[in-house]
Design a protein around this ligand. Structure first.
Ligand code: C2E
Ligand code: MG
Ligand code: MG
Ligand code: MG
Length: 291
């Protein structure tokens, strides 16, 4: 009897599952609509150098859902993945972020970089180079300001053709960053061949940093490895002044985290670019309280 019905039959007869499938499909339809009709919004998180000056910002997508409010990517990227919408989502983010960033003011006489995460629009897609160069041309942004963030697993074992597509963009000034570095499975032998100019140490290394800790040793190794490969190193997820001090001490190049700024709407980012970060004096250790 159990056999005749089988696990699939039983499952489909389960009203709870039918409901959750329905919900999933409805979310996919709503997300499709949000991508097509500007229902998504970009927040931007500043990235600073060792002196606390903003050097770039990372675009982080949110969904303004009509009933559920502002949804974080962790909630709806799986829906996009599931529904095959990731490539279109990435394309929207890329175009929107570059258009925004093209109009941002310089900081300290330097243009501010813009980092975009890619998970569905990838170097091994046919037309990757064209998508990126079109978005750059349309926005009018200087390609030297554009950073594309990809996770390690996408970058290792990349066949020659997509590797050439990336190098083609690099020749035009675009930079690639390995996001969440250290959480993938690539061997050191592979890392030396990553076609990337920036290495972004994962937030998990930063969380438990302490003087003399093993995490600090790992952070130092990432900074050294990046330097040896001619790459820039970024640490993300910095929440305390102590973490910032320790990471500066091991030679990380640039820094990102709630200590400096949370991801903010574009209008707020522009205010931060014009006026500097409110926490700057505290973050850099220049005391505001000493009499
Ligand atoms: P990610 O690219 O590694 O982005 C960094 C995430 O860490 C962001 O979460 C950011 O808000 C968070 N973060 C930054 N500083 C701190 C900190 O000091 N403490 C803590 N606890 N968290 C911090 P968010 O915005 O929720 O994004 C999560 C992930 O979703 C991103 O990780 C990225 O993988 C993905 N994502 C976000 N936006 C996009 C997008 O436009 N396209 C694609 N394909 N993926 C995106
Ligand atoms: Mg990222
Ligand atoms: Mg990351
Ligand atoms: Mg991530």
């Amino acid at each position: 009897r159990a056999k005749r019905h089988g696990p699939g039959r039983v499952a489909l007869a389960d009203p709870g599952l039918a409901e959750s499938i329905n919900r999933q499909l409805r979310l996919e339809v709503e997300l499709r609509d949000a991508i097509d009709n500007d229902g998504l919004v970009l927040h931007y998180q500043p990235v600073v150098d060792a002196a606390g000056t903003v050097v770039s910002a990372e675009a982080l997508v949110r969904w303004m859902h009509p009933e559920h409010g502002l949804l974080p990517p962790d909630v709806f990227l799986p829906v996009a993945e599931q529904g095959g919408l990731m490539r279109d989502l990435d394309r929207w983010v890329l175009r929107t972020a570059l258009r925004h960033a093209a109009a941002w003011p310089d900081v300290g006489g330097r243009p501010v970089g813009i980092a975009v995460n890619l998970a569905g629009l990838l170097p091994d897609d046919h037309g990757f180079t064209a998508e990126v160069t079109d978005a750059i041309a349309e926005s009018g942004i200087d390609p030297n300001r554009v950073v594309l963030e990809l996770v390690e697993t996408v970058l290792v074992d990349l066949p020659p053709q997509p590797r050439r597509a990336m190098l083609d963009l690099v020749e035009r000034g675009v930079q690639f960053a390995v996001d969440d570095f250290g959480t993938g499975y690539s061997s050191l032998a592979r890392i030396k061949d990553l076609p990337a100019q920036i290495i972004k140490a994962d937030r998990s290394f930063v969380a438990d940093l302490g003087a003399g800790s093993r995490d600090l040793a790992v952070a130092r190794a990432v900074a050294d490895l990046a330097r040896a490969l001619g790459c820039q190193s970024i640490a993300e997820g910095i929440e305390t002044a102590e973490q910032f001090e320790l990471l500066r001490g091991v030679g990380i190049d640039v820094y990102q985290g709630f200590l400096f700024a949370r991801p903010v709407p574009e209008a707020e980012l522009i205010i931060l670019l014009e006026n500097g970060l409110p926490l700057l004096s505290r973050a850099t250790g220049a005391s505001v309280n000493t009499a």
